[in-house]
Design a protein around this ligand. Structure first.
Ligand SMILES: Nc1ncnc2c1ncn2[C@@H]1O[C@H](COP(=O)(O)OP(=O)(O)OP(=O)(O)O)[C@@H](O)[C@H]1O
Ligand SMILES: [Mg+2]
Length: 366
C-alpha cells in the first residue's frame, strides 16, 4: 500500500518538467517575447533572470526553449548550460559548441571554437539560443569573458546568430563587471521572487494530482509544508516538492494511506530540524510537551487556537514545578519560542502554527 500512484514518484523528481507553472506564466511569456523580438525583428539585448534558489529559473528557461523550438521548427537550436559544472570560460564555451559540433578535446583556442560555431550555424541557417544557467561563479571568475565570446560573432560579422540569456541567483557579480562588458548585458532584468505559502500550494497541485492517489494527502499537510517552505526554506518550490515527497515516504513507511501534518513534521525533522535544534530550557521543554499533548489528539492539527492555549497552559501549570501566570506563559511563547528560537510560527491572523518537531517524538521524551 502506498500513497503514491504507480510511478507517481517521478512527478516529484527534478527531471519532471511541470505542465503548468503557476505564478511564473508572466515571466515565461515575457522571456518568450524577448526571444521572438530578437528572432523576428533582430531587436535583442541580453536579458538576465535573477532570483534565489528554487524559484523556477531553470524550469522556466527549459519551458521557454521548448515552446520556441516548436514555434521556430528547425530554425533554432537551444542549449541550457549548467555553469556550475563549467565554471571556467574554456569549459563553458566548449560545452556550448559541443552541443552542435564535435570539438576536439585539445588544440582549439576559444576564438577558434566560436568561429566553428559561427560556420556551422551559418551553414545550417540556424540561430542558437544559449542560457548560461547558474552563472554567478562563471561570471565572477571570468569577469564576463564568456559574454564577450558569445557576442563576438555579431560584432565581427555584423550578424547575430547567438542569443544568450544569463541566469543568476544574485545580481552582484553582474554589477561588478567592467563597464564595457556590463554594457553588453543591457536587456531586461527579470526578477524571480521567492514564492509565498499560498503560491506554493498552487505550485504543488499538479504533482499531487499526478503523483498521489486520490485523497492521499490532507489539506493541513499541504498547508504546513507550504508554511515550512515559505518560512524556513525562503519560498523555494524545490523544498516544497521534496517535503511533500518525503512526507509521502514517511506515510508509506508507517502504513498510512494518507499523508497528514505529523508526517510532514517527521519529514521536516529528519531532513532539517533535528540537525539545528536550538538550546532550550527545561521549562521550554515542558511547554513543548504540553503543546504536543494537545496536538496529539489530532495528529493532522497544526494550528494552536486560543482555546488550545488555555488547555496547554493548564496542562503545563498542573505538572510544572514552577508556577507562572498565564500572562507570563504567553510571554514565553511569544518572546522565546516564537521570536527568539523560532520553534513556533505565526500565520497571518497571528495564530501559532506548530511544525518544528513531530508531536509524537516530543511525547516520547521522558
Ligand atoms: N511555478 C512553478 N510551478 C511548478 N513547479 C515549479 C514552479 N517553480 C519551480 N517549480 C519546480 O521547483 C523545482 C525547482 O525549480 P528550479 O530548479 O527551476 O529553480 P531555480 O530557480 O533554477 O533554482 P536554483 O537557483 O537552485 O537553480 C523544480 O522541480 C521545478 O519544476
Ligand atoms: Mg536552477
Amino acid at each position: 500500500m502506498s500513497v503514491f500512484k504507480e510511478d507517481g514518484w517521478k512527478y516529484f523528481d527534478i527531471s519532471y518538467l511541470p505542465k503548468k507553472m503557476p505564478h511564473r506564466e508572466k515571466e515565461k511569456n515575457e522571456i518568450v517575447d524577448i526571444f521572438k523580438l530578437g528572432l523576428d525583428k533582430n531587436v535583442f539585448k541580453i536579458p538576465v533572470i535573477y532570483g534565489p534558489s528554487g524559484t523556477g529559473k531553470t524550469t522556466v528557461i527549459h519551458k521557454v526553449f521548448k515552446e520556441l523550438k516548436e514555434l521556430y521548427d528547425g530554425l533554432i537550436e537551444t542549449y541550457v548550460l549548467n555553469s556550475l559544472t563549467a565554471a571556467k570560460t574554456y569549459v563553458a564555451i566548449t560545452r556550448i559548441a559541443s552541443h552542435l559540433i564535435p570539438i576536439p578535446h585539445r588544440g582549439l583556442s576559444q576564438d577558434e571554437i566560436i568561429d566553428r560555431l559561427y560556420n556551422v550555424l551559418k551553414m545550417r541557417d540556424q540561430r542558437y539560443l544559449v542560457a548560461l544557467d547558474d552563472s554567478d561563479d562563471l561570471i565572477r571568475r571570468d569577469g564576463g569573458k564568456i559574454i564577450e565570446l558569445l557576442t563576438r560573432i555579431e560584432e565581427e560579422y555584423g550578424e547575430r546568430l547567438i542569443y544568450p540569456i544569463i541566469i543568476v541567483r544574485n545580481m552582484a557579480p553582474i554589477y561588478s563587471l567592467s563597464d564595457h562588458i556590463k554594457s553588453k548585458i543591457d536587456g531586461p532584468k527579470i526578477e524571480f521572487r521567492p514564492y509565498n505559502w499560498r503560491e506554493l500550494i498552487d505550485i504543488i497541485e499538479e504533482r499531487i494530482e499526478l503523483g498521489l492517489k486520490e485523497d492521499a494527502i490532507s489539506e493541513n499537510a499541504v498547508k504546513v509544508s507550504a508554511y515550512i517552505s515559505d518560512e524556513i526554506f525562503n519560498g523555494s518550490a524545490r523544498e516544497m516538492i521534496n517535503l511533500i515527497y518525503n512526507s509521502g515516504l514517511v506515510a508509506d513507511r508507517e502504513n498510512n494511506s494518507r499523508i497528514i501534518a505529523e508526517h510532514v513534521r517527521k519529514a521536516f525533522y529528519m531532513s532539517y530540524s533535528r540537525n539545528i535544534a536550538p538550546a532550550i530550557s527545561d521549562m521550554e521543554i515542558n511547554i513543548l510537551k504540553a503543546i504536543a499533548k494537545r496536538l496529539s489528539a489530532d495528529l493532522d492539527k497544526i494550528e494552536i487556537t486560543k482555546e488550545d492555549i488555555t488547555y496547554i497552559y493548564e496542562y503545563f501549570r498542573d505538572r510544572g514545578s514552577r508556577r507562572i501566570e498565564l500572562k507570563q506563559f504567553i510571554h514565553i511563547l511569544d518572546e522565546e519560542l516564537y521570536l527568539k528560537k523560532k520553534l513556533l510560527y505565526k500565520d497571518e491572523s497571528g495564530r501559532y502554527i506548530f511544525f518544528y518537531y513531530p508531536v509524537t517524538h516530543i511525547l516520547n521524551i521522558v
